[in-house]
Design a binder for this molecule. Structure first.
Ligand code: IVH
Length: 250
């Protein structure tokens, strides 16, 4: 990857979220309320798409963050990923990042069909997405219900993007890339907590698996001021849901 694909720090409760905001305000030397982009944390596989002059040139997995696997052949079979960007005004080189995942309904239908023919069933939608992207034969990916939802950009050359994260995502959407319709922009950490509670209520009814909520400082100017620590940005955090518990017989 020309720019590393980072991971996220985690928070597990409301107090850790307050500490996150306090750290931001201390570093920014300001008590002004901060605007956050709130996004469901999709439980799939991170992917990078490279568009040159609007044409999809390469698809890659995250790998170790610096080197991923080339999965262009499988990425090209996913209907929600445009082979050519729509409209105009996109940068000459645009790297889009997001999550490739399998919606729950498609996953269940695929496993039902596999059970009937006695072929391999997958444990969960994430494993199914990972196993599919790893295939050498793109006909397998083409036959499975994969989707991609975009959540950031990487390399950008020869063009300008808006100054706020949520506006960048809207631009990506205008060029034909899918973004998450359940995302929102809020002000202050109390509103982040409201968003988290609302999504947690809806979690089981969503069309896709999520394992938390990602909160990102919306202003790119502030993101640059805040910077990164080792492999994660200071300006974002994932608030994880408590692990789901199941009863089993041993
Ligand atoms: S942002 C610099 N946004 O979570 C920030 N990640 O632990 C990089 N993920 O590998 C990631 N939904 O695969 C971001 N809305 C979202 C996400 C998201 C899922 C995954 C992503 C990443 C992992 C980070």
């Amino acid at each position: 990857h020309e720019l590393p694909m980072l991971s996220l720090d985690n928070a597990f409760n409301a107090d850790e979220m307050k500490e996150f905001e306090r750290r931001l305000q201390d570093r920014l030397k300001s008590r002004e309320p901060i605007e956050y982009a709130c996004e469901p944390k999709l439980d799939g596989i991170a992917a990078s798409l490279l568009y040159r002059n609007g044409v999809l040139e390469r698809g890659a997995t995250r790998g170790d963050g610096s080197t991923g696997e080339d999965i262009t052949h499988n990425i090209r079979t996913i209907p929600s990923i445009p082979l050519r960007l729509m409209g105009s005004g996109y940068p000459d080189v645009l790297e889009v990042r997001g999550e490739v995942y399998m919606p729950r309904e498609g996953f269940e239908a695929m496993n039902d069909a596999a059970r009937k023919t006695g072929s391999k069933v997958f444990v969960n939608p994430r494993n199914a997405a990972a196993g599919t992207l790893r295939q050498l034969d793109p006909r397998i990916a083409a036959s499975r219900p994969l989707e991609m939802c975009c959540y950031s950009v990487g390399l950008v050359e020869g063009g300008e993007l808006p100054a706020r994260h949520a506006e960048i995502l809207q631009k990506l959407n205008s060029w034909g890339l899918r973004i998450n319709a359940d995302s929102a922009v809020v002000e202050g950490i109390a509103a982040c907590d409201d968003y988290y509670q609302r999504l947690a209520q809806r979690r089981n009814g969503l069309a896709y698996d999520i394992d938390g909520i990602v909160f990102k400082v919306n202003s790119l100017d502030l993101q640059v001021k805040l910077g990164f620590v080792s492999r994660a940005p200071r300006w974002a955090i994932a608030r994880k849901f408590p692990a789901q518990e199941e009863v089993t017989r041993l």
